[in-house]
Design a binder for this molecule. Structure first.
Ligand code: UN1
Length: 510
């Protein structure tokens, strides 16, 4: 364990506040423990940030912004390119730490680091493409255009399930946009955050930009409120539940700050009459059981055409039986533990509620009696309108429902409060197009013949309704991290007004 920590620049006790490249160790706030959810053992300790440290950090982030915004965007991109090089060097060790601290299996943890590298590469290119539009003015001898300027300090709040990649989506795009970043990671996965911050800041310090990224892990929610309410934070990018996201959004709106929300999902996968089950089954397994059901893109509802229902459910039960649950670093294991005892308790409560509702457990439904927070991947015959089905339970529980027509399946899929990801397995071109049309999926992500999870960074990532409406990662998501300015330049010798207004200038100005 300790050689691994050392190779990532970590110690048994780690500072969690990084201000302008300096790691601070004021131990007055006590200590946080990083625990391995597969066996409950302590991985390392973290010294949380104090409220006073936060104040200094926010000031330092504002100060660094004053200089960073003047560094040409392609040069900022070059810094991110070098961060990506450093991440490539540490990919295996960082992935091992992610597996140890979050319980996700090693190959998924490697995918998470790869997602950081991918968004860094994307950001490098984007740094030369912060394009504004140029318009033809309605007035003679006038030129009009829009430009995108750096925004300020971006606050990034991330969840335990993607402890580093979601920060990277935000931080690397914010960095090339000319912003500085304060990161508040999940206390459940803060060792990964310290490690990722060290890797990135090592590169930035070497290049002479030590203060672009700061890290803040507070002990209590009071400091989080302070962070969200802080007018120095121009944009709060929040990933987490809809319940907390609603609170954050209201606080940020109250000070006219900007918010980017990535909240709960309740993603359905529809299996059409003519779907290729050999494609659908692995997609369902990865979507529902991958990351032990703890992705916001996890497949939570499976809508099956009645003609395929029995065959598919039987094949799924068989595949669920073959799941190997255990140590996420064991290459034979396909599902690791849930993140903590609270998550396992929520799984149990959801199962109890399903049973009270009359849901039929088709497979699983139990917590495993062994050290660590292990549960069985679970298949349940359920009804879409039940409260428990309408809520996001962050666990590997898949609700299965039959349908008769595609119209009915789309209506069921859309009839939940959340709107993140969706998928249809079909070979019917008309059905595929309907699903992707204005009367189809109401989600931010809609896929044909691939599952609901595992999106690439190139597309904009996010969802509608209670998922919060934010878009992160690729496409034009960079615009959220910049401010837009419209410029009109008069290069003539007259002052014509827009809309043809004839202001009585001659009478007023002698
Ligand atoms: C999340 O669960 O918060 O599409 C992010 C996916 C990953 C990202 C998930 N690329 O499943």
């Amino acid at each position: 364990m300790y050689p691994l920590l050392k190779s990532l620049g970590l110690d048994e006790v780690n500072a969690s506040s990084c201000i302008a490249g300096q790691w601070l160790c004021d131990q007055s706030a006590g200590m946080l423990e990083s625990l391995n959810p597969a066996n409950g053992q302590r991985l390392a300790s973290i010294i949380p940030g104090t409220p006073a440290e936060y104040e200094r950090m926010a000031d330092a982030a504002v100060n660094t912004f004053e200089t960073w915004r003047n560094v040409p965007a392609p040069k900022r991109g070059e810094a991110v390119r070098q961060i990506a090089d450093n991440l490539r060097l540490h990919k295996d060790t960082l992935a091992t730490l992610i597996a140890l601290e979050t319980g996700k299996i090693k190959t998924e943890a490697e995918g998470e680091v790869q997602e950081m590298i991918d968004i860094a590469d994307f950001a490098v290119g984007q740094s030369r493409m912060l394009y504004g539009k140029s318009m033809h003015s309605e007035r003679p001898q006038h030129r009009m255009y829009e430009q995108w300027l750096p925004l300020g300090v971006v606050g990034v709040v991330t969840a335990f399930n993607f402890p580093v990649a979601v920060w990277a989506w935000n931080a690397f795009i914010a960095a090339i946009a000319g912003d500085t970043v304060i990161w508040k990671p999940s206390p459940k996965a803060c060792l990964c955050a310290v490690a990722a911050q060290k890797i990135c800041n090592h590169t930035l310090s070497r290049l002479g930009y030590p203060g672009v990224f700061s890290l803040f892990i507070p002990v209590d929610v009071t400091s989080v409120d302070r962070f969200v309410e802080d007018p120095r934070i121009a944009l709060v990018s929040f990933t987490g539940s809809s319940a907390i996201g609603r609170r954050v959004a209201m606080k940020v709106a109250g000070r006219f700050g900007r918010c980017l929300l990535e909240l709960s999902g309740n993603n359905a996968l529809i299996v059409d009459q003519d779907a290729d089950l050999n494609l659908a089954i692995p997609a369902i397994l990865f979507g529902a059981v991958g990351t032990a059901g703890q992705r916001c893109t996890t497949t939570r509802r499976l809508l099956i055409h009645e003609s395929a229902y029995k065959t598919l459910v039987d094949r799924l039960i068989d595949a669920y039986r073959r799941q190997t649950i255990g140590d996420p670093l064991d290459a034979e294991v396909s599902m690791g533990p849930l993140i903590d005892a609270g998550a396992a308790e929520q799984f149990q409560q959801a199962i109890d509620e399903i049973k009270r509702q009359g849901g039929e457990i088709l497979y699983g439904g139990r917590r495993l009696q062994r050290p660590g927070h292990f549960v069985e991947p679970t298949l349940v015959r359920a009804e879409n309108h039940w409260d428990i089905v309408r809520r996001e339970t962050f666990a590997p529980i898949l609700y299965v429902m039959p349908f008769k027509t595609l119209d009915q399946a789309i209506a069921l899929q859309n009839d939940v409060p959340q709107g993140l990801s969706s998928a249809l397995f079909t070979h019917d071109l008309g059905h595929a197009e309907q699903f992707l049309s204005a009367v189809g999926s109401d989600c931010g992500i809609a896929n044909i013949n691939i599952g609901t999870s595992g999106a690439e960074v190139g597309g904009a990532f996010g969802g509608e309704k209670e998922t919060g409406g934010g878009r992160e990662a690729g496409s034009d998501a960079w615009k959220a991290y910049m401010r837009r300015q419209t410029n009109t330049i008069n290069w003539g010798s007259k002052l014509p007004l827009a809309q043809g207004i004839e202001y009585p200038v001659k009478r007023l100005c002698k």
